[in-house]
Design a protein around this ligand. Sequence first.
Ligand code: NAG
Ligand code: NAG
Ligand code: NAG
Ligand code: NAG
Length: 489
Amino acid sequence: MALLLRACLCLFAVLVFVDGSETKLIVREDEDAILPCSLGAADISSRVFDWKKDGRVEVFIYDDGRYYGKGLSGQHEQFRGRVFHFPEQLKGGNASIVIRKSKPADSGTYACIFPHEQPERRAHVELIVGASPRPIITANETSDGMLLLCEVNSASPEPVLEWRNSSGNILPAEKPQVSEKNGSYSVVLQTTVTKSGRYRCVSTQQKIHHQVYTETHVNVHEGAAPKPVIAVKETKDGLLLQCEVYSASPKPEVVFRDSSGNILAAEPQVTERGGSYDVILETTVTKSGDYQCVATQKEINHQRSTETRVNVPSGAAPKPAIAVKETKDGLLLQCEVYGASPKPEVVFQDSSGNILAAEPQVTERGGSYDVILETTVTKSGDYQCVATQKEINHQISTEIHVNVPSGDSDSTPWIVVVGVLVVLLAVAAVIIIKYKKTWKKDKEELQQRKKHEEELQQELNEQKKKHEEDLRQVRLLLEEGKQQKEETA
Ligand SMILES: *[C@@H]1O[C@H](CO)[C@@H](O)[C@H](O)[C@H]1NC(C)=O
Ligand SMILES: *[C@@H]1O[C@H](CO)[C@@H](O)[C@H](O)[C@H]1NC(C)=O
Ligand SMILES: *[C@@H]1O[C@H](CO)[C@@H](O)[C@H](O)[C@H]1NC(C)=O
Ligand SMILES: *[C@@H]1O[C@H](CO)[C@@H](O)[C@H](O)[C@H]1NC(C)=O
């Protein structure tokens, strides 16, 4: 872009206003400033006069032939070696001083004081050190047209910048950026223009009635496609990217590219109004990454693009969860993968990597999948549940070690045997103790019965004996009777 800069005319006038005891003095930067002061026609070579800036900064003092740099000290460093009086003019009452190579920082109000006069005499001078550099223009093509930047560096006093078109109308602009350094001001003002033409940046310093400008010619390509605008919407299939290019002429070619530069399939919707074209392009992406919408107008050698970074919400399968349940056939392993999209392939593998027979139960809700897979294992070992989503190059697995209890009775744990034995022994002991008691009782009873029997037997024998005795008596009696009868007979 060719910038046609026109040099400005920088006119600097040194204006001195004498207004009673107040004088306004304007000098250009690096020039000498003579600050006037006089005590009429009196000879002041043996008197005292003092120059102060802004009421406090020591600029210069003269005391009967002595002054700063010659017998007196206390001068502010800003003025050291730069301020002189006019010795030959002292006799004529001239207390003027000169500041060599004035700087913006020297701007301010100076007081010339005769402290020992009755009454004290004072005069004031307002010094303005003007610096009015020419504005510098830079132009930058943007999506909206041409960005024009106007810059003024180290100006004093503070300038006001304006952008104007060739008709002299002030253009709307951003808020100026102003910075100050040692009394010098730097100002930047930017505007964006959408039409070709001549534009001027004007710098005005009202205080010193000074104005300076720089002009440039701008070529804005009307119809050049502006920067595409990308909008992103979430859908169940991924993210829908929508690229919009408005008011382009000639008709732009608009494409989406992924970060490798591949053009994505998409059908543009083109509408035309008054020779300029609006293009809307939509595509759905399922992978996170950087995508670019590029608008190209070959005829005018113009290309603009906008890049956006998208994060496709991850449907990557989470780590499978494995649950183990004991069944009469072995151990039932259950693997669960929830909320995966695209649909994951879920398998069980043994430690050798063999896939175990299992039928997955798949449920779908809102484009994401839950998979449950069950298999029964009869051998102890490591088993893995693996979920794979080829489309998004994602695989995740969970491993588990299982111990299958073997089915043989031999393997009945010895502790169970011991347990059973202990119980049996305990029962036996209880029985024995109980019976032992009963036996004892029975034995005693038996003995008692035996004794009783013996007693009865004895009694019986005695009775038998008695009975026999009785019987013998009876027989004897009978025999006696018989004999008596025979005798009688
Ligand atoms: C004082 O002397 C200076 C230097 O010669 C001169 O420029 C100035 O006009 C004089 N001022 C007065 C008030 O006489
Ligand atoms: C102009 O654009 C270039 C690249 O976009 C950038 O580096 C430069 O800072 C811009 N200049 C201005 C003045 O904005
Ligand atoms: C300058 O700006 C004014 C106000 O925006 C506009 O009316 C005028 O046409 C412009 N002049 C040129 C030459 O563009
Ligand atoms: C300001 O001016 C003083 C004295 O003139 C100088 O020493 C200093 O470096 C200046 N500061 C800046 C930031 O330019």
